[in-house]
Design a protein around this ligand. Structure first.
Ligand SMILES: NC(=O)c1ccc[n+]([C@@H]2O[C@H](COP(=O)([O-])OP(=O)(O)OC[C@H]3O[C@@H](n4cnc5c(N)ncnc54)[C@H](OP(=O)(O)O)[C@@H]3O)[C@@H](O)[C@H]2O)c1
Length: 413
């Protein structure tokens, strides 16, 4: 890289906060000319700057060394593919809840795309881990039995880990209502244990998975995930001068995930049921495939400064359309909405529209308490967003994009 940039004359830098350094190499002598905006520099470096300080080129090698040792704290226009390599190659990655639906798909895709140094599954049940080992036996794989309620075990597991995805959770709404303290211990205390261990072990980036049920929650599961979101976004406030950064990814129903409506409808169909039970004909849900959730998490690792809740723009589905897609021959019967259920799920609540930024394919909810001077309207990849209109509310009922019956069927739910 040094060879490529030596032909440029000047190096412009800006310290936006104590942790982030942005470097810009310009083609021309721009002395005394303040630059604002995007500076195109071929394919080597392309840096977005708001305020620019000038530095002569003697510092260039120093900053290039900084770049090499802290690859994710600077912005460049090298290709997305190259960024991917930088992200997980030769890095140690830990996934809490690695034996769950998300965890398994995350590990499958990560192993296809990257060459991690270590890929650690952290979960409780030895049987699930044993079964997973039969499928994923790459030499980088490590299987750690452990509970997120056990802070000492987490600290041991996160030793020399670079990236963490926190997916472990109790997520069945009725189970959480019936066993509230168990849900609180895993989803809230467990989240804080993950945060503490990550800070102590010097993990670079952590993404915690959240759910649309955490937005304006009406059940305990959603409420615990909202607490978890708050813990993770606030965690950036007490890392001090460490590099550790925490963000959240929030998404909606995963097509066919364990305990969801799809396997339920399919089971009824296979058992020759006379009708499909529908809680309310007006009910809608956000709908996404697991591989899309994984890709969105990969991307969020690249986009994050820390403190954001990343929300993908997803299609919605109507429950009546889903019933038609799975069992068109069966009639439906309305059985009434269940406790803790909503007609429509919310991703971006209207009450915090002022903290919501819209990007091309996703939204970002900024942290309510700012821990640094990050400009959340331009993400760490340089993509720009804009504030949403007053009172903006993104829910599965007002979503402009609904899947048709044919599209639902094509997704092979
Ligand atoms: N599935 C969806 O539709 C959906 C939608 C939005 C958001 N999410 C979120 O995405 C995340 C992953 O969901 P998923 O569908 O993959 O869930 P899942 O299939 O139920 O998997 C949960 C994982 O967490 C582990 N786990 C549970 N309690 C644990 C504990 N105390 N300590 C350590 N590990 C524990 C489980 O393994 P052991 O039982 O062996 O410990 C399992 O590996 C969750 O945070 C969930 O809230 C899911």
């Amino acid at each position: 890289m040094i060879n490529c940039v030596q032909k440029f004359c000047f190096c412009l830098i800006i310290f936006r906060n104590p942790f982030e350094l942005i470097v810009c190499i310009t083609k021309e002598n721009t002395a005394n000319v303040p630059i604002t905006g995007r500076v195109e520099i071929g394919t080597v470096l392309d840096i977005y700057l708001k305020n620019v300080g000038l530095l002569c080129k003697e510092f260039l090698n120093f900053f290039l060394r900084s770049i090499e040792t802290q690859p994710m704290t600077w912005k460049s226009s090298i290709s997305d593919c190259r960024r991917r390599e930088i992200l997980f190659n030769d890095k140690s990655v830990l996934v809490t809840g690695g034996t769950g639906s998300f965890g398994k798909k995350f590990i499958e895709i990560l192993l296809k795309k990257y060459k991690p140094k270590r890929l650690i599954v952290y979960s409780r049940d030895e049987m699930k881990q044993f079964e997973m080992q039969q499928k994923f036996d790459d030499s980088c794989m490590r299987y750690f039995l452990g509970d997120v309620r056990d802070s000492e075990r987490l600290k041991r597991a996160m030793y020399q880990v670079d990236y963490v995805v926190h997916a472990a959770a109790i997520k069945q709404v009725p189970a959480a209502e019936y066993n509230p303290m168990e849900c609180i211990k895993t989803n809230i205390h467990g989240a804080q244990n993950v945060i503490n261990a990550a800070i102590e072990c010097g993990v670079k980036k952590i993404i915690a998975l959240s759910t649309d049920k955490a937005a304006n929650p009406v059940n305990l599961y959603g409420a615990t995930k909202l607490c978890s979101d708050k813990l993770f976004t606030a965690a950036n406030n007490y890392v001090g001068f460490r590099e550790t950064r925490f963000s959240v990814v929030r998404y909606g129903n995963v097509v066919g995930s364990r305990g969801s409506v799809v396997p339920f409808f399919k089971k009824l169909k296979d058992e020759g049921a006379e009708f499909l039970p529908i809680t309310d004909e007006r009910m809608t849900r956000f709908w996404l495939k697991l591989e899309d959730a994984v890709e969105f998490v990969f991307k969020s690792f690249q986009r994050m400064y820390g403190g954001e809740i990343f929300i993908p723009k997803l299609p919605s589905m109507r429950i009546m359309d889903l019933a038609k897609a799975i069992a068109p021959e069966l009639p439906t019967k309305v059985i009434g909405i269940r406790p803790g259920e909503k007609l429509h799920e919310v991703m971006c609540p209207s009450d915090i529209y002022y903290d919501t930024i819209e990007f091309e394919d996703h939204f970002v909810i900024k942290p309510s308490v700012r821990f640094c001077g990050a400009d959340y309207e331009t993400d760490a990849l340089g993509d720009k967003g804009h504030p949403v209109p007053d009172g903006f509310d993104y829910n599965s009922g007002n979503n402009p994009h609904f899947l048709t019956v044919e599209e639902l069927r094509a997704m092979n739910p």
